[in-house]
Design a protein around this ligand. Structure first.
Ligand code: HEM
Length: 469
């Protein structure tokens, strides 16, 4: 039932709600169609549960920033909550446990507090493996999918566990397969049925497999790594995130949210949140750059100029590269990796644009509607770095640039992502030229819909740049 003064929306069927109004393969076009009919705040019934979809910069800012705390909850009774055992950061409800873990993770992900190796060094270390792989493909065409996925996974593993895995390592293969299966389940109809009909949750249905996978990941794989850390750590001299967490556990002997179980879930959270998002952005980068060779060349000119005589790029160099910055931001805007963000819910009775939303209302942020909103961008629907350049050719970031969302729940990996994207793209584009193969036909920019949007598989040709010969 629709609560009083609730936002409008399409007629909902008794059990299915509005599921038939959506193409579950990719509902983004339906979200846009419904926005045009019902406005920037509307209701959809996901099964029996009402969810309010919010669209456009104005509404997004009012909910996420002005009334940030009132919209900072997470729904707690969904399949994905069972997957994260109601712990960690991403899906933890608004409260002290979430706050403390978020603050700790943010602080630890910054450069300091993680031993002698800086974040930049860790990223550059992994880039050397990317270079090796690309060098072995010079003159050929290659599919970059696995390479970027494993590189992103390795950087996050370095940060979390202080170790990387060879691109064909069994551990990483196993973990990626398990996550892939879980991802499919979360996106599929079984998860929707789990959310809508609590009485089926203990039945032997396919979602049980996802729950078992999580047990394997958390207990066997991550649990094993944590046990190893406990044996080899030197308290007060952390090598990585896990060591930092164990130090924090030592400090908080009595009253503690910080415990072994939380540690395994928060590391799983960061791994999940960081891997697909980053690798899909990298894939999207090369899809755009190979299909816009003039933009790739201009990026390379700026890189050559700024890095002349330098062995490698540092993150600080970004301030001297407005065009590179504009291109990276434009790639993120167009690739729209996390189109529906993570579901929020209201933490108290509140109002939005004159509608009343009771405590516990599910909120779906349609980030797509901001990233291509007319009136906010010079070129909302085309790939054009001018969206991030002012008349003087200086880099600027419009308010509507929200791929990381906004407010108290905003992505806490943004700093790390920025550094990864900049260092990886600058280093690779300085050394190599990437070409759309002549026989590859027209590129297909329509991504595959999932929790994150994934570019369709493609191949690219790799050449060494003549300036580096
Ligand atoms: C291109 C890469 C990425 C994009 C586009 C992205 C985007 C997002 C978005 C849209 C959210 C939801 C925010 C909200 O609910 O309002 C989020 C949450 C989160 N992200 Fe990212 N993310 C990226 C990479 C990363 C990385 C590398 C990490 C860490 C290693 C990370 C960690 C998190 C965490 C922990 C949350 C949950 C925050 C909370 O609930 O308080 N993300 N991200």
């Amino acid at each position: 039932q629709r609560p009083r003064n609730f936002p409008p929306g399409p007629f909902a069927l008794p059990v299915l709600g509005n599921l038939l109004n959506l193409n579950l393969e990719n509902p983004l076009k339906d979200f846009e169609r419904l926005r045009r009919t019902y406005g920037n705040v509307y209701t959809l019934f996901i099964g029996r549960n009402p969810a309010v979809v919010i669209n456009g910069l104005k509404v997004m800012k009012e909910a996420m920033v002005t009334k940030g705390v009132e919209f900072a909850g997470r729904p707690q009774d969904l399949f994905i909550n069972a997957i994260t055992l109601k712990r960690g950061v991403i899906l933890a409800n608004y409260g002290l446990n979430w706050k403390e873990h978020r603050r700790f993770a943010l602080m630890t992900l910054r450069n300091f507090g993680m031993g002698r190796t800086s974040m930049e060094d860790r990223i550059h270390g992994e880039i050397q493996y990317l270079i090796k792989t690309l060098e072995s493909n010079v003159g050929k065409t290659m599919s970059p999918e696995h390479m970027f996925h494993k590189a992103a996974s390795n950087i996050i593993c370095q940060v979390l566990f202080g170790k990387r895995y060879e691109y064909d390592d069994d551990f990483i293969k196993e973990i990626l397969i398990l996550f892939c299966e879980i991802g499919k389940l979360i996106n599929g109809p079984w998860s929707m049925l789990y959310d809508s009909f609590p009485f089926i949750r203990n039945l032997p249905l396919p979602f049980q497999k996802g729950l078992r996978n999580v047990e394997v990941i958390i207990q066997t794989l991550i649990g094993g790594l944590v046990a190893e850390h406990k044996k080899t750590r030197v308290p007060g001299e952390p090598r990585d995130f896990v060591d930092c967490y164990l130090d924090e556990m030592d400090k908080r002997v009595d009253e503690s949210f910080f415990c072994d179980k939380q540690l395994t879930v928060i590391t799983q959270d960061l791994y999940i949140a960081g891997t697909d998002t980053t690798s899909n952005t990298l894939l999207s980068s090369f899809l755009h750059l190979t299909n816009n060779p003039h933009i790739q060349e201009r990026v390379q000119q700026e890189i050559d100029q700024v890095l002349e005589g330098k062995a490698q790029a540092t993150f600080e160099d970004r301030h001297k590269m407005p065009y590179v910055q504009a291109v990276i931001h434009e790639i993120q805007r167009m690739s729209n990796i996390f189109p529906l963000s993570v579901f929020h819910c209201t933490t108290k009775n509140t109002e939005l644009m004159g509608y009343s939303l009771p405590k516990g209302t599910t909120i779906i942020q349609n980030l797509t509607s901001v990233l291509n909103e007319e009136g906010q961008w010079k070129f909302p629907h085309e790939f054009n770095p001018e969206n991030f350049l002012n008349d003087k050719g200086e880099f600027f970031k419009p308010e509507a640039f929200m791929p990381f969302s906004a407010g108290p729940r905003m992505c806490l990996g943004e700093g790390l992502v920025r550094m990864m994207l900049f260092l990886i793209l600058v280093t690779l584009l300085r050394k190599f030229k990437f070409i759309w193969p002549e026989d590859a036909g027209e590129p297909d920019f329509t991504p595959v819909f999932g929790i994150t949007l994934t570019p369709r598989p493609y191949r690219m040709k790799v050449e060494l740049r003549s300036t580096n010969d």
